[in-house]
Design a protein around this ligand. Sequence first.
Ligand code: PA5
Length: 444
Amino acid sequence: MITTNLTNLTPFLPDGWLTSRLSALDKARVMLEEGNGPGGSFTGWVHLPRDYDKEEFARIQAAAEKIRSDSQALVVIGIGGSYLGARAVVELLRSPNYNLIHTDGPEIHFAGNGLSTDGLMEIIDRVKDMDFSVNVISKSGTTTEPAVAFRIFKALLEEKYGKQGARERIYATTDAHRGALKGLADAEGYEEFVVPDAVGGRYSVLTAVGLRPIACAGVDIAALMQGAADAMNALAVPGADNPAWQYAAARHALYESGKKVELLVGYEPSFRFFAEWWKQLYGESEGKQGKGLFPASVEFTADLHSMGQYIQQGERLMFETVVSFARSRRQIDIPVDPDNVDGLNFLAGKSLEYVAAQAMRGVTMAHVDGGVPNIGRTVPARDEAAAGWLIYFFEYACGLSGYLLEVNPFDQPGVEAYKNNMYALLGKPGYEEKKAELERRLNG
Ligand code: PA5
C-alpha cells in the first residue's frame, strides 16, 4: 500500500485548500473518464490498464523471449515519450547499472535520444561485435533524432546479418496507420507494435512503447500492468481521500500561493530516471500559456551536497514531493572499528538503511523549517506492482492537474518551435523561406 503524508504540507496552505477544489476536481475526473475535455482524444491511457490489447501484449512477451534468447544486446531507439518511460522502469526495477550487473538477457542500450556523435559511437562500439537487435520507437515516425540513429543501426544490422537477417532483428513501434516509420516497417516486413492513436508519447509507457524494452530487461510486465490497474480502480473513486485528488489540489494550491518549482525527490539512484520521466510528463502537460510549475528533480542525499544550500536558504519558490521506498532489497550493517578514528562507532551494528531513514527525517524537518512544503509518498517495495501504481498515479494526477490549471494537458505545441528551426537549418524541403530568415538572423 502506497501511503501519502501531508503533515508537512498543510501548515503552508490556507484552510479549505482541498475542499474548495473538490468540485473542479470532479469536473476534471469526468473529463478524463469521458474524454470530453481539452485534448480529450488523447485520454486513451485512462482505461489502458484494463483495456489494453491482449493479443499484442502476448506478442510483446514472445518478442522479448526471442530477443532474450538470440541477442546479447538490444538497442532501443526513441526520444522523449518514446524513451523515458522504458528507461525509467528498467532502472527502477532492475538497476541503473543493469548492463554491468545483469546475469540474464541482453544488455539494453538507449540510442536516438539526442544528437551526440560520441554517445552514439560508444553504443556502436559496444554492440557491433555482439548479436544484437533493435527496437525503433516513434509515434510520428518522423522525429529526427531516432530516425537518424535508426538509419545508422539498420545499416549496421544489414551489413552484419544481411537484409533478411536484419529484418528478423528489427522491431518497430509506431502509429497503426501512418508515418514514415510505419511505411518503412510495412515495406521491409519488420514485426510491428502499435502506439495507440489515443495515447500521447508521455502517457505511453504502459503501451508497447515502454513494455517491449521493459520486458526484454526481464521485468514482469503483467505484474506492472496489474499495479497500474489497481491504481486505476483506486483513483477512480471520487472524494477528498483520493490521493491523486489530494496531490493535484496541493500542487495547484501551492502554485497559486506563489510556488513556481516542484522538486521530485528520490533517495534511490534507481529512481533517477523515473524522475526524468515525471519531468517530461508534468513539464509538457502543464508548461503552456505562460503557466505551470517547473518540474525539477533531485537525488538525496547526493544532491544535498550540491543543491541542498539553495533548497534550505535560497529563494522560497519551491516545494518537495518525496518518493521513498520503505525497504531496501538487501541489508548491510555498519561494522565496529576498534580504533574508532572516524568516531562512528556509535553507529556500529546499525544498518545503512537505518542511517538513511534518519537522514531523511532530518532533511525533511530542516527543509520544512526552511519554508519548503513537503508532500511525502512511501512505497512499500521496489517492485512491479509499485512501479505500475506510481506510473498510473502520476499520469492520472497530471491529467487532473492540467484541467485544474485550465490548460490542455495532452498537447505540446511548444515542442514544434525548435523542430521547425532545425528542419529549416538542415535544408529540409519545404522550409526554404524559414531557412533564409534564420540564416539572416544568425549571421547578423
Ligand atoms: O510526449 C511527446 O509527445 C514527445 O515527447 C514525443 O514522445 C517525442 O517528441 C518523440 O516523438 P515520436 O514518438 O513521434 O518520435
